[in-house]
Design a protein around this ligand. Sequence first.
Ligand code: GUN
Ligand code: FE
Length: 451
Amino acid sequence: PSKETTVCVAQVFRGTFVHSTLEDPLEVLDNTVLGVDKKGKIVFIEKGGDVKSLSDKWGFLDKDVRQLDPHEFIMPGLVDSHIHASQYSYSGTALDLPLLQWLNTYTFPVESQYKDLKFADKVYNKVVRRTLRNGTTTACYFATIHTDASLLLGEIANKLGQRALVGKVCMDRNDAVNDYKEKTEESSGETKRFIQKLMEKKYPHVRPIVTPRFAISCTSGLLRELGDIAKNSNLHIQSHISENKEECEMVKKLFPDLKSYTDVYLKHNLLTDKTVMAHGCYLSDAELQVFHGTGASISHCPNSNISLCSGMLDVRNALNHKVKVGLGTDVGGGYSPSILNAIRRTLMTSKALTIQNPSHQTLTFEEVFRLATLGGSQALSLDSETGNFEVGKDFDALLVNVCVPEGPMDICGPEPTKVLLEKFLNLGDDRNICEVYVAGRRVVPFADKAS
Ligand code: GUN
Ligand code: FE
């Protein structure tokens, strides 16, 4: 057989793989061989593949083959499509107020501290390490209004090897905490500086995302400028939408001429196929149609939605409207920095909707597995690079062992892979996530011991 000498296979994994495709929310690939090149791209994936003939074809050596144990499988890395890195410092606390009071009381005073780069360095290192350890290979971050601290978050994600979209937060309207806001020109000017500085670094997996905080904290003038910036440079966009009823009422008052909350972003050129909007609990069917039409996506943040008593997104209805949906932790409105927790809250929210309305079609664990992986990559328009195991995509993956000593669950007999995955999604934690890969590079366990 002809050796394909142009491709150099650097790593080979052999064992069980699970992932999602567009057709199938859970595809189990038992007895499969997967090869990764030096750049971290998947070069082959063969079910029932014979190592001998594959090594003849691709020219790797037996010692390059990583053979998985029976209680191990490899799954795509988890995608957190909405997380506030800056709120990690107080996550797990301050969950006793509804959204607008919560922002004024806890969030804005903490976020204003990130003008101090030392504080930013400390928290941002912790949040990137924690999320990587929890299996988040791709994160879409809100930082704060501070450009230099936001650049630091990008530097840290790059250093630790996480794939990330990083947003410098924009807000030129804030009545509660007067020094935590910007002038309109300052906000758009600093956004341009942030984008330019971050792009200059040429980090392979870290990119900027245009980040108006939400309609309430931005004037029409700022929204328009940010829409223009995103359009001119074909950039990603993130914000919040229809999270809480009081917020929706306030948006109506602030933008009386516009038809809906969705219309506010649409009219300012902020709804594109590279836009991800967090929450969306109260979007109407007509608004979901606009999401579908523009290609904008929703980040479903169920822990936050329940913790702040915001609402319950009907994910089934969004999917029926062919809207792209990913999962988000929304740390610190959501208290957990783990997408495994977001998976469980998504299932619980869907079941609560079924309790309220028995004709509601409950999400299955396989569907939620897809939302946490491929769905997230689609929601962030990164699905050409990551989200599942396809030749040409980057190898972003978790090596899961469901039987670690002192682990969080027991396996009481021989079980099919599908059962092992379901157990892990419902009962597993970071102890089961033995290795984490981003673009073929092993990023967990960390090379150093610091945490
Ligand atoms: N809406 C505007 N800002 C925020 C925030 O920081 N967290 C949440 N959950 N919603 C928001
Ligand atoms: Fe949020």
